[in-house]
Design a protein around this ligand. Structure first.
Ligand SMILES: Cc1ncc(COP(=O)(O)O)c(C=O)c1O
Length: 236
């Protein structure tokens, strides 16, 4: 590739390279229809549509289509308009966001809660903040943790170690090499998305407490433990 043509050649060469490695990502044309969860309309490259069932959504309880959720959203859009118009830093906080945070905090028996727009940003921002604020922290992360966790940790200078997936003894061993009074954070998920396996939460928390470590738990997939039908019925 010539130097002069680098900026032109690269956008063509890179996708070719990814295709050759089988890593080129193509997005599937999937269209959810309210009231039809978890069935969606898939449009194929030749323009045909067919109905398929989606098994890879994070909307485990189908709440995005619950009539009460839809009615509340319609009401909110009519009253306040769509979107926030800017981040909290720029445009301030809406009273409903503050109410949501207060209700989440109460539900979890905590002093306060902070809502993030995505799971990715919550891991990334929280870990970055925590590991920059703690003096000389040591972070231990499960080997199968999500990219947002890895990214959050990598963007700090914290000393780190990886424990074998769901292996409490390995975690114990890694933590026991650190001074008791050194700030430590154990990062793990409750339900892992790829295989649906569940972390030994009690064991991990016990080991963390024994070694004077904080825990950071990602619950992105934990909603799976309740069936969608049961929750819909409860809401009425
Ligand atoms: C364990 C875990 N944490 C965080 C995320 C990121 O969440 P989001 O897609 O809401 O940004 C994902 C994505 O699926 C995930 O699997």
């Amino acid at each position: 590739m010539g130097e002069a043509g680098l900026y032109q050649d690269l956008p063509a060469a890179k996708p070719k390279e990814l295709r050759a490695r089988g890593q080129y990502r193509e997005f599937v044309d999937i269209n959810r229809r309210a009231g039809n969860y978890p069935k969606v309309l898939r449009r194929t490259a030749d323009g045909r549509t067919c109905q398929v069932t989606v098994w890879c959504s994070n909307d485990y309880l189908g709440m995005s289509q619950h009539p009460k959720v839809l009615a509340a959203m319609h009401e909110a859009v009519d009253e306040y308009g769509a979107g926030s118009g800017g981040s909290r830093n720029i445009g301030g906080t809406h009273a409903h966001d503050a109410r949501l945070e207060a209700s989440l905090a109460e539900w979890h028996g905590k002093e306060a809660a902070l809502v993030f727009p995505t799971g990715y940003s919550s891991n990334d921002a929280t870990l970055q903040c925590l590991l920059r604020v703690l003096p000389d922290p040591f972070v231990v992360s499960d080997e199968l943790n999500h990219a947002s966790i890895i990214n959050g940790i990598r963007s700090t200078r914290a000393d780190r170690a990886i424990f074998r997936h769901n292996d409490v003894e390995h975690l114990d061993e890694l933590l026991s090499r650190q001074p008791h009074d050194r700030p430590k954070v154990v990062v793990f998920e409750s339900v892992y998305s790829m295989d649906g396996d569940v972390a030994p939460i009690e064991g991990i928390v016990e080991v963390a407490r024994r070694h004077n470590a904080l825990t950071h738990l990602d619950e992105e997939h934990a909603g799976r433990s309740t069936t969608a039908e049961a929750d819909w019925e409860r809401l009425g």
